[in-house]
Design a binder for this molecule. Structure first.
Ligand code: HPA
Ligand code: ZN
Length: 319
């Protein structure tokens, strides 16, 4: 039996397996520039975050209808459930779909067809987090939040993803203020490829409650002390870090040092179809490559629930 865990860093578009990509391409009459799934899999060699993002955005072309988003989410939920995920806080990237003429309603209603019945069908509770693309403008983020207003009963919070370097959190001050005023929870990717100052900015300027990745905090001892003191959760993604060359090999991953420092770390899959594994695979990988014992693995699983927004649902039910 895999350890029960919550997954807090998961891009639904990053769960698009090559088989489903081809199935949806055929269904929607979209032509993919790959002969078959084997050839597509061969393209999964990444130099850095940007080289991955290029393929990630390219393959999204096959996602067009509500049913596509429903099928995508159901496929993820089935795989996650089999690996012990009991709760998933799922990122989605509306700007990448709006830019292709796929409306916010198609995305959210489609995802909700799967998420709304996920507890019954998969034994996984879910929440949705709308991410702004940080390499798009601040105005575009504000427009996206505006377009999401009719759907806020199904969205727990906002996040910030895509190409990090050169797009500091401060660029999104206004949209995060607006999100806070709407009662949305706030997270942001920071310190994946970007410097430790981006983590500090995400906390101080955007008011985030969790940092996605946050790996590079280890370069700044004062920042580590602050994250420990304030119990700021970090949603780490070990297999992603290896595939995007943030760390050279898994055995060099700073997770053990981060746990020893007292940081509230969680282990997640990020974009599992691209990075070689789902949540349980990431747990297995850190167990074998980093020699983490059962106690550490249980701590990571416990942290995932502590760091989740589950109580948000409770509060909402009680209102
Ligand atoms: N980092 C930044 N943006 C992303 C990622 C990631 O790991 N995955 C999907 N969008
Ligand atoms: Zn991510």
């Amino acid at each position: 039996m895999p350890l029960p865990k919550a997954e807090l860093h998961l891009h639904i578009e990053g769960t698009l397996e090559p088989e489903l990509a081809f199935e949806l391409a055929a269904r929607n009459g979209v032509e993919l520039p790959y002969a078959d799934t084997d050839e597509l899999r061969k393209a999964y060699q990444f130099e850095d975050l940007q080289s991955f993002l290029n393929l990630y955005y390219e393959l999204m072309a096959v996602l067009r209808t509500e049913r596509d988003f429903e099928d995508l989410a159901n496929a993820y939920l089935a795989r996650a459930a089999a690996q012990g995920v009991r709760h998933a806080e799922i990122f989605f990237d509306p700007q990448a779909h709006l830019a292709r003429g796929v409306g916010m309603g198609t995305v959210v209603d489609g995802l909700w067809r799967a998420l709304g019945s996920s507890e019954a069908n998969h034994g996984v509770s879910t929440q949705l987090i709308l991410c702004f693309l940080r390499d798009e403008s601040a105005e575009s983020a504000l427009e996206t939040l505006d377009a999401a207003k009719p759907y806020l009963d199904r969205i727990v919070g906002v996040g910030l993803d895509s190409a990090e370097v050169g797009h500091p959190p401060v660029k999104f001050r206004e949209v995060y203020e607006a999100a806070a005023a709407l009662g949305l929870r706030r997270v942001a990717h920071a310190g994946e490829e970007g410097p430790p100052e981006y983590i500090t900015q995400a906390l101080d300027v955007l008011g985030v409650e969790r940092i996605d990745h946050g790996l590079r905090c280890m370069e700044d001892p004062e920042l580590v002390s602050r994250l420990v003191r304030d119990r700021v959760p970090l949603t780490l993604c070990p297999l992603s870090n290896v595939r995007l060359r943030t760390v050279d090999v898994l055995a060099d991953h700073p997770l053990p040092a981060m746990l020893d420092a007292g940081l509230l770390c969680t282990v997640n899959s990020d974009d599992p179809a691209y990075f070689g594994g789902y949540a349980g695979d990431n747990f297995d990988a850190v167990r074998s490559a980093l020699g983490l014992g059962e106690e550490r693995l249980r701590e990571l699983a416990r942290n995932s629930f502590v760091a989740s927004f589950l109580e948000h649902d409770e509060e909402r039910r009680q209102r």
